[in-house]
Ligand binder design. Structure first.
Ligand code: ADP
Ligand code: MG
Length: 251
């Protein structure tokens, strides 16, 4: 599907929180680095969508984000661009590349959680395009499929793991994935994950990340709607966050 930019001209955008970074008018205004900037063009993205205009500068500023936006608004790039950029920045100051601890435990720096295998798979495909020629390794893991290939992929090294909650809990319990190094966490379609009953798994996963030594985790929560359960997740998982609503948001 494409983006109908004309439909966005008078879409209402609401932000709240302290010291909200200003939105970017164009991709050129956003410092994504050379390789990632090139890939934006390669993907045919000429200008950022409203959620991208706001979310990317917020996230690049290191802030936690609660973003509410409809399907088709361009959320994938909104969380992938700052994550890839962060992984690259992290790299130059860290010796752990495509971190892989010990023989069998993968230690990604970024985690993107998604409710279904189809959505996780789509994010994986997009993220690989965005990460083209950056050296950033993206791996996907979801249930309902053999774990064998996923384990092989994890063993080759992973910076960004895209996963469904159930399969991720399984991989963590088998010590095939460690969440100790996670610096960037994105929860996509959080309302759908809760509708599917994944709240216990999600909480378990986030608790793993909060285990000592306390990491400096940056978290982005994306949801089409903003009901009480999502508000609770936001207050439990995010710190000093910025709230962003694009378009009309139901609860
Ligand atoms: P969402 O996750 O919000 O439903 P997606 O990230 O899947 O939306 O984006 C919807 C479609 O729009 C995808 O085909 C994507 O490649 C395209 N797209 C996203 N951002 C842009 C942009 N800035 N310019 C052009 N197309 C875009
Ligand atoms: Mg999406």
């Amino acid at each position: 599907g494409g983006i109908n930019f004309d439909a966005y001209e008078d879409i209402p955008v609401e932000t709240s929180g302290s010291d909200v970074p200003p939105p970017a008018g164009t991709f050129a205004e956003i410092d994504l680095g050379e390789a990632l900037g090139r890939n934006v063009g390669r993907c045919g993205y000429v200008r950022p969508t409203p959620v991208q205009r706001h979310a990317i500068p917020i996230s690049l500023a290191g802030r936690d984000l609660m973003a509410c936006a409809q399907t088709g608004s361009g959320k994938t790039a909104a969380f992938c661009f700052p994550i890839i950029s962060g992984v690259l920045r992290n790299r130059s100051s860290s010796s752990q590349q495509g971190a892989y601890r010990g023989a069998r435990t993968a230690c990604p720096v970024a985690l993107i959680m998604s409710p279904t295998r189809e959505l996780a798979s789509q994010i994986h495909v997009e993220a690989k395009k965005f990460a083209f020629q950056t050296g950033v390794k993206v791996v996907v893991a979801y249930g309902g499929a053999s774990m064998y290939q996923q384990l092989r992929d994890l063993e080759k090294g992973v910076d960004i793991l895209v996963a469904t909650p159930g399969r991720l809990v399984d991989l963590v319990e088998r010590a095939r994935v460690s969440l100790q190094n996670i610096k960037y966490l994105a929860l996509d379609e959080a309302d759908r994950m809760l509708d599917m009953g994944f709240e216990p798994q999600i909480r378990k996963i986030v608790e793993q990340m909060d285990m000592p030594p306390p990491g400096i985790r940056q978290t982005m929560l994306f949801s089409a709607t903003f009901p009480q359960e999502i508000q609770r997740l936001a207050s439990d998982f995010l710190s000093n966050y910025i709230f962003l609503a694009v378009g009309r948001v139901g609860s």
